[in-house]
Design a protein around this ligand. Structure first.
Ligand code: GDP
Ligand code: IMO
Ligand code: MG
Length: 421
């Protein structure tokens, strides 16, 4: 069977840490969408590692890690990351597998991402500029090159043909960038990629499932960045929700068992787009400092605000979430009072649903207040030891969503996690 772990907000919920923690219970960890726009942080022996392409199970000797067909793969990032994890003694040739159907991000995809963002001016998405949008456009536009194509002698010819197409688009944008150096790195990395385990991902994973192996599908980004259900157009270009597991790995829906939704104890977003509970004040600034809210991929400061139940309820619905992990609860340790948005006021009416257009429609978040716990929670390991105010806060979230909270994370460390149910 396949369990899924994914973000319920706008990404950076702490998925990497939680996957790393859960990984010892699984034989296979698989990424099913997204690409190097993801930045999943783990701590191994107190050393911080940020993974962009490789699944977060890579540091467990007993796991196989699969990059599924739904992922867009940047060979340069992958090579660099393989070198990093190899430095920790991981044998990538043994533990990492890549679907031949995963699409490849070319240097010109990155240039096109930049050009598209520049042309949008103030309305830019705030993309990570990793070439994600253009690579997925080439997939749905039926132009893209896939990992399996790298193994064929026609690859260079296909590459040149696509590059020419991209050049015309870049000329249209009046965008010039010397990508000579990127291309050099790219071809070196392609050579390296050819030496890895390139497999037919769908047969591979179904074989594992048939053999009774446990699979954890690791989401990237978050539900509100989903191309269909997120805050469009301020989204990424893939299906980040649980349905993406089926198309991004080639597993049937009835194989999916648990859907573990990860949410911060508050809310953040990086890049543009609507964020009803955003705090553009001292409290927001305090959250950013206390939570060290700076992008793992781009270093940009993350926008911060209170937890939003309208948004979480929606995310639980579209994902079929069966359990929730709340992260970064310790960030709220010193807050005298904590707010949770339970409803929106839209056009003078109280609503519990997300409006179609969140920017054109003014949204007033309605809050419920909770007493803070004024306790350093970072060394708590047992549910019995948590402050009653923290218990109340978590119980409210769980009752409101009608989904059990299974764990609360109280620090970035591998073992800083309190089991709830
Ligand atoms: P991901 O993209 O969902 O994997 O999340 P990121 O790694 O981009 O961002 C989460 C950040 O929060 C990282 O710096 C983690 O080390 C850190 N983190 C994760 N869980 C906790 C927690 O419970 N408490 C604190 N203080 N930090 C955490
Ligand atoms: P993880 O997996 C947070 C955001 C970008 C931008 C929008 C589109 O670490 O949670 P893209 O590069 O995909 O075209 O950018 O999506 N974004 C993320 N925000 N965490 C991520 O990944 C993100 N990946 C993309 O900031 O607003
Ligand atoms: Mg991240």
């Amino acid at each position: 069977m396949v369990d899924v772990l994914l973000g319920l907000q706008w990404g950076d919920e702490g998925k990497g840490k939680i996957v790393d923690y859960f990984a010892e219970n699984y034989e296979v960890i698989a990424r099913f969408q997204g690409g190097p726009n993801a930045g999943h942080t783990l701590y191994i022996d107190d050393k911080k590692i940020v993974l962009h392409q490789i699944p977060s199970g890579i540091f467990h000797q007993s796991t196989i890690n699969l990059i599924g067909n739904g992922v867009v793969l940047d060979p340069v990032t992958l090579k660099r990351e393989c070198e990093t994890v190899s430095g920790f003694g991981v044998d990538v040739k043994k533990h990492l597998f890549i679907s031949e159907r995963a699409h490849v991000i070319l240097p010109t995809h990155r240039a096109l991402d930049k050009a598209a963002e520049l042309s949008k001016g103030v309305e830019k998405i705030g993309s990570t500029l990793k070439g994600i949008g253009p690579a997925y456009m080439d997939k749905t536009g039926r132009n893209g090159l896939r990992v399996g194509d790298l193994l064929h002698k026609s690859f260079t010819t296909s590459y040149i043909r696509l590059r020419l197409k991209h050049q015309k688009l870049l000329d249209n944008y009046n965008f010039t960038e010397d990508i000579g150096e990127w291309e050099e790195e790219f071809f070196e990395a392609v050579e390296f990629l050819r030496s890895l385990n390139i497999v037919n991902g769908e047969y591979f994973i179904n074989q594992q499932i048939t053999e009774g192996k446990k699979v954890l599908a690791e989401g990237a980004q978050g539900s509100m960045l989903d191309i269909d259900f997120g805050t469009f157009p301020f989204v990424t270009s893939s299906n980040t929700i649980s349905a993406g597991v089926c198309t991004g790995l080639g597993v049937a829906p009835q194989k999916i068992r648990e859907v573990i939704g990860v949410s911060k104890a508050y809310c953040t977003r990086v890049g543009g787009g609507p964020f009803p509970t955003e705090l553009n004040d001292e409290t927001g600034e305090f959250l950013r400092k206390a939570g060290n809210e700076f992008g793992s991929t781009t270093g940009r400061p993350r926008r911060c605000g209170w937890m939003d139940m309208v948004l979480l309820g929606y995310a639980c619905m579209i994902n079929g979430v069966t359990q929730i992990v709340i992260t970064k609860a310790d960030v709220l340790d010193t807050f005298p009072e904590i707010s949770i948005c339970t409803k929106y006021k839209v056009d003078g009416r109280e609503v519990e649903q997300i409006p179609f257009q969140m920017l054109r429609t003014p949204i007033e978040p309605l809050y419920q207040q909770f007493e803070g716990w004024h306790t350093d929670s970072t060394s708590i390991t047992e549910l019995n030891d948590i402050p009653i105010e923290m218990q109340n806060y978590i119980s409210f979230i769980s009752n409101n969503l009608k989904v059990p909270v299974s764990y609360v994370s109280n620090g970035p460390g591998r073992r800083q996690l309190i089991k709830f149910t």
